[in-house]
Design a protein around this ligand. Structure first.
Ligand SMILES: Cc1cc2nc3c(=O)[nH]c(=O)nc-3n(C[C@H](O)[C@H](O)[C@H](O)COP(=O)(O)O)c2cc1C
Length: 394
């Protein structure tokens, strides 16, 4: 939307018959999106970049999104592999890697940055403690219910705590537990629907069921959360994730009560995304029927792009020989067909024959690699266009 703003400055000269009118015209291009509040932080844009492991969202992508006014998010998953040469063991390398990625992100942006930490990780607590000590703006905790997350807060803690949930029930349980046990409420809640990439918080039969769609989940979570907002007089913005690709998608879900969106797949095909070019090309080359649901060794369903590695898995041709990193609570290497951390690391490095790309159900829409700035401009324009259309109608 273009707003033309006139600043009139009238000035009487010594000769009172002459009035000099200085007309300053400013054309202010203004995006219609609201800002996003996360506790006492305010993001200029209500766009959170979803954390993507292994290595897909590190300092490159996170800083680029933060520089555009969104929230940039570093993924914790598998940092110990990426930084394995810095320490004698995987767990220590994870901590070194996280500190390093936070430092690099901070060097490139003064915007809002977050860290995504999965509950399923055996070093969840260590990653949370490190993020809080490094004064990361926001922790996003998903892949499980982070019921004890506030226990890691220190007296000096400035880090905002955000759970990722997939139901109104989960949102309610978290609010209740956090308030009762820690006198703390989430600073924001991300609701991840079944169209997301990566691990999904749904049973296989719920993924295509319209009753579990993000359009159903958002009003449900907003209703649950509003009880706590009113009771404790605290805002808890609800943000939608999963399958949001365009400004139109964003506008529609925000009309249903979301205060913003978390977008992941769309940012994969950016210059700044930290994955190898072959990973990005897999997105560009994928067609709609090449996005599939898999059963992940984490014990949850996941969404990924078909490929030769997953084909070999289906044929029973893969098997991990050992568990070198003990990275997940929920994985027993003797029972799973591959080591997920190594497999995702291979994909991040572009070895697509030895790994696969997690992807949201709209990931196949990518046609080219653009800058984060261009992607965000496109989303903003799409949002403004649809908003103007709807406002004209009503
Ligand atoms: C390549 C990839 C890796 C992901 N890794 C993680 C992760 O490590 N932790 C997590 O909580 N979510 C992960 N996700 C989920 C995203 O953060 C996000 O919520 C979701 O993909 C949003 O849907 P979209 O991709 O359709 O935008 C991943 C998604 C993708 C596509």
């Amino acid at each position: 939307m273009i707003i033309v703003k006139y600043n009139f400055i009238s000035k009487f000269s010594i000769n009172s018959s002459i009035i000099n009118l200085y007309l300053c015209t400013q054309i202010v291009l203004m995006c219609n999106m609201n800002k996003l509040k996360i506790g006492n932080l305010t993001a200029k844009l209500p766009i959170i970049q979803g954390g993507m492991g292994v290595g897909i969202s590190l300092s490159g992508l996170a800083s680029a999104v933060a520089n555009e006014g969104g929230v940039g998010v570093i993924s914790c998953a598998g940092l110990g592999l990426i930084y394995r040469n810095t320490a004698k063991d995987y767990m220590e390398a994870c901590i070194i890697g996280l500190k390093e990625e936070i430092k690099k992100t901070r060097e490139k942006t003064s915007g809002i940055i977050g860290v995504n930490i999965m509950m399923a990780l055996t070093n969840f607590g260590e990653m949370v403690k490190t993020s809080i000590a490094e004064k990361v703006d926001v922790i996003f905790a998903g892949a499980g219910l982070p019921l004890d997350l506030p226990k890691y807060r220190t007296p000096e803690c400035v880090t905002k705590l955000v759970p990722i949930v997939s139901s109104g029930r989960a949102a309610k349980i978290i609010c209740e537990k956090w308030k009762t046990l820690y006198n703390y409420l989430p600073d924001l809640i991300v609701v991840e629907g079944p169209k997301a990439g990566g691990h999904l918080g749904f049973k296989a039969n719920q993924i295509e069921d319209p009753n579990y769609s993000i359009e159903k989940l958002i009003p449900e979570v907003v209703a649950e959360v509003s009880v706590f907002e009113q009771k404790y007089n605290q805002e808890i913005p609800v943000v939608a994730a999963g399958g949001i690709y365009t400004g139109e998608d964003m506008y529609r879900i925000m009309e249903l009560g979301a205060k913003g969106v978390q977008i992941a797949s769309r940012f994969v095909t950016s210059d700044e995304c930290d994955a190898d070019i072959k990973f990005k090309e897999a997105y560009i080359n994928a067609s709609e029927n090449e996005v599939e649901i898999i059963q992940s060794p984490v014990g949850m369903p996941g969404r990924a792009l078909k490929g030769q590695f997953l084909e070999r898995v289906k044929q029973g041709l893969t098997a991990p020989k050992s568990c070198p990193y003990n990275c997940l609570h929920t994985c027993d290497y003797k029972k799973v067909p591959y080591c997920i951390i190594v497999t995702l690391y291979n994909a991040y490095k572009g070895k697509m024959d030895k790994g696969y790309a997690f992807a949201g159900n709209n990931a196949y829409k990518a046609t080219k690699i653009s800058s984060v700035k261009e992607i965000i401009e496109d989303i903003k324009n799409g949002f403004d266009t649809v908003k103007a259309k709807f406002e004209k109608r009503s």
